[in-house]
Design a protein around this ligand. Structure first.
Ligand code: AMP
Length: 429
């Protein structure tokens, strides 16, 4: 569909032509007609998909039509963005796409002198692009008039939530007219984003483009905060539930996989293990036993985890919390495949809480915290397992060494591994 089919004003089509855009990107093709019809909209699209034009073009169209009614008395459209850089970029986009229209736009963001911003507001603007913090500041000092506002855009909503802007967004939206069109753009659709949409959008239409960085809407994710020495006991307790039929357990180290497997065997759990020191035959056998349901649990390290593609994994357990957020995404993608519902459980001892924080930023959602009723979270350190060398082993040091080795191998070998990675990506989809 060409841009001319959207019903955009001639001066906007002229600017699009000047930008050299031949046809709309998928997010533009899906979102622009819905916005032009006046709907509220949630669009799940990442930066680089053309999402800015997807909301700026119909916004300009609205302004072009109301512009004919005279100069602005108060801003008609407001765009909230998480960072100063993004706010400036959006403003520049508006100026580009609106270059053949008599449009006035102001960017309001912190970290710079506010006088120039207040001055441009005083002159009257059609559109404000702002970061929430500075806008709240000016709002509190009566420097803004939103009585004429018709359209609100929340751009990169997931990022704004994770930067702690929710209270500011609430205050800002509370100061806007209730009758307005609201658009929300987000890279991921987390529970928090959905809840924001429920509160601030009216019967929104939905558009979703491309791959989400949150891979698994079909995977329920939760966290147990548990001391490191109680992880074995907690895993065992959880495995008693009949719901945990086919469980993939991830550990960081090969010897960790060995110890955990021994522990589970002693506790009469049917278990197999999979890591790089095992022979190809042993690995295939372990996988086959897991696929055939001969074992309930497969204990694996990340090195081999990426290649595993098994239907019917009901649970992924991050016995050791992944050091890289990407690994988490890969790991939990092993369950909930092909629309099946799966569950990802992560054990997080105190020393890994920072990794959890980093992960939650990465996937733009907070994971549910769970506690198992009746479980003794204050149990003393158990005696070492037979063959367990040192319970105080410094995994951080070893992880750093492994990471260094991995990245050295990667850079030496990156072209050879590229096909493996893209095959992996295809599997992830
Ligand atoms: P965004 O996702 O909004 O950050 O846009 C990413 C890039 O795509 C920007 O450089 C835009 O100028 C460009 N762009 C947006 N829409 C189109 C289009 N229809 N055709 C070609 N490039 C586009």
């Amino acid at each position: 569909m060409p841009f001319s089919n959207f019903g955009l004003e001639a001066e906007i089509l002229r600017a699009i032509q000047k930008a050299g855009y031949l046809r709309p990107t998928p997010v533009q093709a899906a979102a622009i007609p819905k916005i032009m019809q006046g709907n509220d909209l949630i669009a799940i699209a990442q930066t680089g998909t053309g999402k800015t034009a997807a909301f700026v073009l119909p916004m300009l169209n609205r302004l072009a039509q109301s512009n004919r009614q005279g100069p602005p008395r108060g801003a008609k459209t407001l765009i909230l963005a998480p960072t100063r850089e993004l706010a400036v970029q959006i403003m520049e986009n508006i100026r580009d796409y609106g270059q053949y229209m008599p449009i006035r736009v102001a960017a309001i963001y912190g970290g710079v002198d506010e006088e120039a911003q207040i001055k441009s507001l005083r002159k009257g603007v059609h559109c404000i692009v702002a970061t929430p913090g500075r806008l709240i500041d000016l709002l509190g000092r009566q420097k803004l008039d939103f009585s004429q506002l018709e359209m609100l855009v929340l751009d990169e909503a997931d990022r704004m939530l994770h930067m702690g802007f929710l209270p500011d967004i609430e205050k800002i939206v509370g100061a806007l007219p209730k009758r307005r069109q609201t658009l929300m753009f987000s890279a991921t659709l987390s529970k928090e984003v959905e809840s924001l949409a429920r509160r601030f959008l009216y019967q929104p239409k939905m558009v979703q483009i491309g791959k989400r960085s949150d891979p698994a809407d079909t995977v329920e994710q939760c966290v147990y905060e548990v001391p490191a020495h109680s992880k074995n006991a907690l895993l065992l307790e959880l495995l008693h539930s009949p719901k945990l039929k086919r469980v993939l357990v991830f550990v960081r180290m090969k010897d960790g996989a060995d110890h955990l497997t021994n522990f589970l065997k002693l506790a009469r759990v049917k278990v197999a293990k999979l890591h790089s020191s095992r022979s190809q035959e042993q690995r295939l056998q372990a996988l086959q036993d897991f696929k055939d349901g001969k074992v309930q649990v497969l204990v694996a390290t990340d090195i081999v985890a990426r290649g595993i593609d098994i239907d019917g994994v009901t649970h992924v357990v991050n016995y050791d919390f992944p050091v890289n957020p990407e690994d988490y995404v890969h790991r939990i993608g092993r369950t909930g495949r092909a629309e099946a519902v799966g569950e990802a459980i992560s054990f997080v001892p105190k020393q890994d809480l920072n990794l959890l924080q980093i992960l939650e930023l990465f996937i733009a959602r907070r994971l549910d915290r769970k506690r198992l009723r009746g479980f003794d979270y204050h149990a003393p350190v158990p005696p070492p397992m037979p063959g367990e060398k040192t319970p105080t082993r410094d995994w951080r040091k070893r992880t750093r060494e492994m990471e260094a080795k991995k990245s050295a191998a990667n850079s030496a070998n990156s072209s050879a591994r590229a096909p493996e990675r893209s095959a992996d990506k295809r599997r992830e989809k």
